[in-house]
Design a protein around this ligand. Structure first.
Ligand code: 9GP
Length: 841
């Protein structure tokens, strides 16, 4: 603390710290300084990318001051903190967010314009930080934004993947994956080469008696890989609180390059160790709702959990508190089962390194962790083979077995008559090879388990965790319905709508308290408001149409109904249902008379999303969409009545253009399969209506906005089992209209039919697991209703405005307050005007 020994030192220090930009000129001076010096570019070769760099660095300077103060403030306040462990943080771009949260975007706009640039062009130079697959990673990013905005002392912990999610290119209608070199220039991270942790793998366990005769275990041998911290500031909105996201990168522990080998000509093996170690954090596994059980993935998980726990424990130990205080100072939230190894790791630290006895340690562990489940899909529930864990983490396997033994003894004591129960709830699945069921370990090692929407939270209690409800009682299980940050998903994505709302609500308070939107209902009948609301939607559609033209070459009419489905491509999300519906529409148009055509509502069907590279069926769906687009878009009979677009490389920054431009968006998963969905929230908040099944958060959206303002269709979750059963026993009839769609595909209308046969046969012959045929008629009928409803623009805009006004519940701020109260038991920490005050106080 030498630097802060006295108040005079503090005053001097503060005098020289960067201040908010007072004027555009000041912003320009700083930006040019960074371009000239930090980036070594001169005026004559300053392109938009360099201007982005200078701008980002100028804003970063301000951000860092708040960040430093926040960290000091939190250290000295020394109250309970939240640690959010997530393998994915799908952050998107940071500059616009920094401008909003630091303030002074207008100053920057003026300054950039003086320098000859447009702020919009500069913002779009930034590469998305795409360290996630889809909803789960984006939720983590929204949560970080809310935690900071609400002043919670919180850290995110993740991995710094060298390659984020792949870039998707569409070549001849097929998805092709290209590496994402997102780290080329990333001004938002700070390498902390002084913060490293040695992470052990493999080796063996020695058991021996210590001096007091107690049996102790020590994990020895194996190999060490080093974790290096990279920190990313997370600014809050309307507060100086700037939290930290710590991402770990892997590095060879020895660090040194083997010169001896190099000198003797073994060039490749001289760098092999280094490369092998760096592989751990090299790639993000590109699966969404699918686990593949690859050894490297398990290595990633342990590497990240161990580094994060080391860091958390080190911070706690500095306070010199007794261990029983650990859960009063630390709340760790497990985002899905990916960080479950943190449970045996904390137990190991406490018993093997800190000398606590088992029960004392276990009680600390259980009080510390909370677990969020995000799926009930069997293929997404993680299991790791016992031999693999044995090999990679021998001590952890012993601990997992001991946790299981204690748990099963407890279950047996309380349920002596139910012998089958033990097999059902055991952490170890007695298969060949034996498997560790990570979700069970997460439930057993946490004090609270939550689902992410009401239906989903009910489903986990009646399906995958049914037995655990019997064992622990229902109170261990909770619901926290997901939310989204209105800062990014309204204000940044749709600045004009945000401005319009602010003009009616007397300011931007709704960005901090989204429930204030309800006041908009008073303007539902206000002519000027309605007109502007519609104009904004139209302008957003024009913006998207321009993007579509640029990347696909297809012109779409912004006056047509924009029907959008953007999300990961997955059979359960049923993009196949959508494209079959599009084909059905196309066939209908082909049969129409000119009079009938005149009555049709013109449509643009827009798709976007990535398929996991190994998920062949999902890739087939992408191919079919593109083939249908190729045929339909060129068909003169159809003209503007139907266009089919696939937007390549869907990511966060594209979502910011797409969500504000929808009239209808599709959230059409088989009932009971989509845990929540969050893009449904983004679309409605931006003034679009949705077509959806009674699934995930669609149900709560309906409750909030009213049944008249949403288009629901399809079977209910409670009927799914019976319907699947009927399919299996041949007790079902394929929908007639769907049959015609399949005939069209089989006829070769959309290219070689053989390419799509598995997709069709999955429905016709192999049980139609996702119930496409069962929902097809009601899906098409609902789209007909949408066509009719869209013709009455007055009624349509009433629905849209009403829906926006009732979306207050879906802010991620509300979620974070619920987690804080119900699961973490943490309080916000008000920022200090000067973070170092606490140092002297
Ligand atoms: O599939 C769910 C999605 O419905 C949810 O909105 C999101 C955030 O809670 O998590 C997704 N789950 C996963 O990606 C894997 O469990």
């Amino acid at each position: 603390r030498r630097a802060f020994r006295n108040r005079r030192g503090q005053r001097e220090w503060n005098k020289y710290a960067p201040k908010p930009f007072e004027s555009a000129e000041e912003f320009e001076r700083e930006t040019v300084k960074h371009i000239e010096t930090t980036l070594a570019r001169s005026l004559y070769n300053c392109d938009e990318l360099a201007a982005y760099g200078g701008t980002a660095l100028a804003f970063r300077d301000r951000l860092v001051i708040d960040w430093n103060k926040t960290q000091q403030n939190q250290t000295f306040a020394d109250q309970k903190r939240v640690y959010y462990l997530s393998l994915e943080f799908l952050m998107g771009r940071a500059l616009d967010n920094a401008m909003l949260n630091v303030g002074h975007k207008e100053t920057a706009k003026q300054g950039l314009s003086d320098l000859g640039f447009r702020v919009e062009d500069i913002i779009t130079q930034e590469h998305d930080a795409a360290l996630g697959n889809g909803g789960l990673g984006r939720l983590a990013a929204c949560f970080l934004d809310s935690l900071a905005s609400l002043n919670y002392p919180a850290w995110g912990y993740g991995l710094r993947y060298r390659y984020g999610i792949f870039k998707q290119e569409i070549i001849d209608g097929y998805q092709v994956e290209v590496p994402d070199y997102w780290l080329d220039f990333n001004p938002w991270e700070f390498a902390r080469h002084d913060i490293t942790v040695d992470i052990q793998f493999y080796g063996h366990v020695n058991k021996y008696q210590d001096d007091e005769g107690k049996m102790v275990c020590s994990w020895e041998g194996g190999e060490i890989v080093q974790a290096v911290a990279f920190d990313v500031p997370i600014p809050g909105y309307g507060t100086p609180t700037t939290n930290n996201l710590r991402l770990w990168a892997s590095k060879a522990a020895s660090g040194e390059f083997d010169f001896q080998k190099f000198n003797s000509g073994e060039y490749e093996s001289s760098v092999a160790d280094q490369q092998r170690a760096e592989t751990i954090s090299a790639v993000l596994y590109p699966n969404d709702n699918l686990e593949r059980g690859k050894e490297l993935r398990l290595k990633q998980q342990y590497f990240w959990c161990a580094a994060s726990l080391y860091d958390i424990v080190r911070r706690f130990k500095k306070s010199k508190r007794p261990w029983k205080d650990f859960p009063n100072q630390v709340a760790i939230q497990l985002n899905d089962t990916h960080p479950t190894l943190a449970i045996p790791e904390l137990q190991r630290i406490l018993i093997d390194q800190e000398g606590l006895d088992w029960d004392e340690a276990w009680s600390i562990v259980q009080k510390t962790f909370g677990y969020t489940n995000h799926t009930v899909l069997p293929e997404a529930l993680e299991k790791w083979s016992v031999p693999l864990i044995q090999h990679l983490l021998p001590r952890h396997l012993q601990i997992i077995y001991d946790i299981n033994l204690n748990f099963l003894q407890y279950v047996e004591r309380n349920n002596p008559k139910d012998r089958d129960l033990l097999g059902r709830v055991s952490i170890i699945e007695e298969s060949n090879p034996k498997m560790v069921r990570m979700a069970y370990l997460a439930v057993i090692g946490s004090h609270k388990v939550n689902g992410v929407a009401e239906l989903h939270s009910d489903l986990i209690k009646t399906t995958i965790f049914k037995d655990f409800v019997k064992i622990y009682g229902p109170d261990k299980f909770a619901n926290v319905t997901n939310g989204i940050t209105p800062r990014r998903w309204l204000h940044q994505a749709n600045p004009r709508l945000s401005e319009l709302i602010a003009s009616k609500l007397g300011g931007y308070g709704f960005l901090k308290d989204l429930t204030l939107l309800h006041k908009l209902e008073a303007y539902v009948d206000d002519k000027d408001f309605r007109k502007e609301f519609q104009e904004i939607k139209y302008a957003n559609k024009v913006r998207l149409a321009r993007h579509i033209k640029e990347v696909t070459g297809v012109s779409v009419n912004p006056s047509a109904l924009f029907d959008i489905q953007v999300k990961r491509i997955h059979e359960y999300k049923r993009q196949q249902l959508n494209i079959f519906g599009v084909i059905h529409r196309y066939l209908a148009i082909k049969k129409m008379s000119p009079e009938e055509k005149k009555k049709m509502t013109p449509r643009v069907s827009i798709f976007g999303g990535k398929a996991a590279p190994g998920y062949w069926m999902a890739k087939t769906v992408i191919h079919l969409i593109n083939e249908v687009g190729r045929v339909v878009n060129a068909d003169k009979d159809v003209g503007d009545l139907l266009k089919v677009i696939f937007v390549e490389d869907y990511n966060v920054s594209k979502a910011e253009i797409i969500c504000p431009a929808s009239d209808i968006s599709e959230h059409i998963s088989t009932a009971g399969t989509e845990a929540s969905g969050t893009s449904n929230m983004k679309f409605v908040l931006n003034g679009g209506l949705i077509i959806g099944t009674c699934d995930g958060a669609n149900i709560e959206i309906t409750r909030e906005i009213g049944e008249n303002n949403i288009f629901l269709f399809g079977n209910l979750a409670e009927d799914v089992d019976e319907l699947r059963h009927a399919h299996l026993y041949g007790n079902f009839q394929l929908d007639k209209e769907l049959e015609s769609v399949f005939d069209a595909i089989r006829s070769g209308m959309f290219g070689d039919a053989g390419q799509f046969s598995a997709l069709v046969n999955g429905i016709v012959e192999h049980g139609d697991y996702y119930l496409v045929s069962d929902d097809f008629a009601s899906y098409c009928k609902t789209h007909d209703m949408i066509d009719e409803a869209y013709k009455d623009q007055e009624e349509w805009v009433t629905k849209c405005i009403t829906a926006v006004a009732r979306m207050g519940f879906f802010s991620s701020d509300r979620c974070i307050d619920e987690y804080a109260e119900m699961i973490w038991n943490v309080e916000p920490l008000q920022p200090k005007a000067d973070g170092v005050d606490g140092a002297n106080g």
